[in-house]
Design a protein around this ligand. Structure first.
Ligand code: ADE
Length: 234
């Protein structure tokens, strides 16, 4: 899989891509991520990428020319399954969307900045608009990283332990049960006995029960969406 990220602020994106799981996934050849600096496609001597909004108003708007130039260049090289624009007015990111996108071959993610991007970019180029939640950030760079991380960790070979993405919260429509490590007792607080029992069936049953309990308490909306048979464990 390949992801091209277009941003006016690559300094936010690049260091995160060079860290931890995202770095390892690229080294292992699981994913290729290429960051493009919108200023490289800017206009004139000052590489202008934005301008004041027609009709007035605060803030600057990203112009069409640099974004069209960058995306047209990429599209001349390969076909893209989606051109995604990160925006608070997009569809809300879910595990299901991350899963769907993890099955694609080539994605472009456009991170807006300033006040927004010219509507004609959205009309003519963007195929999908995604929000990471109902709050407004200063730009689309952090949302783009959130989306990339959610996708990449689902790719086969991205995580050391092949199991761990499958058992993530949300993956089966349930939140994760509580988890513990050594010591078995810390300042009088004990790890639940069953986890020390070595009885794997009992441990799985306890984890499922705890996951359902936590989900019912915190996110009852998830339980309504989930088929109970999905939770069954053998
Ligand atoms: N850009 C600014 N805020 C955002 C959000 N919540 N989701 C996606 N992109 C954004």
């Amino acid at each position: 899989m390949r992801i091209d990220v277009i941003t006016a602020v690559p300094q936010i994106i690049t260091p995160v891509l060079q860290t931890s799981i995202l770095k390892k996934a690229q080294e292992r050849g699981v994913i290729e991520i290429v960051v493009h600096n919108l200023h490289d496609y800017g206009l004139g001597k000052y590489r202008q990428i934005d301008d004041v909004p027609f009709g007035g108003g605060a803030g600057m708007v990203i112009r069409c020319e640099p974004v069209f130039a960058c995306i047209e260049q990429l599209r001349a090289e390969r076909q893209y399954d989606e051109i995604i624009y990160m925006t608070p007015d997009g569809e809300r990111l879910t595990q299901g969307i991350a899963q769907e996108l993890s099955l694609k071959r080539n994605l472009i993610i456009l991170a807006g900045h300033y006040k927004g991007i010219d509507q004609r970019i959205r009309d003519a180029l963007v195929t999908r608009e995604i929000s990471i939640g109902d709050y407004v950030l200063s730009g689309g760079e952090l949302p783009a990283l959130v989306l990339i991380d959610a996708i990449v960790r689902l790719l086969p070979g991205a995580l050391g332990d092949a199991e761990s993405a499958l058992t993530d919260s949300f993956q089966a429509g349930l939140l994760d049960p509580p988890i513990y490590t050594r010591p078995a007792e810390f300042r009088g607080m004990k790890v639940p006995e069953v986890l020390l029992s070595g009885d794997h069936r009992a441990i799985e049953a306890w984890r499922l029960e705890q996951a359902i309990k936590k989900t019912a308490e915190r996110r009852p909306d998830l339980l309504e969406e989930t088929e109970p048979k999905q939770w069954q464990q053998d």
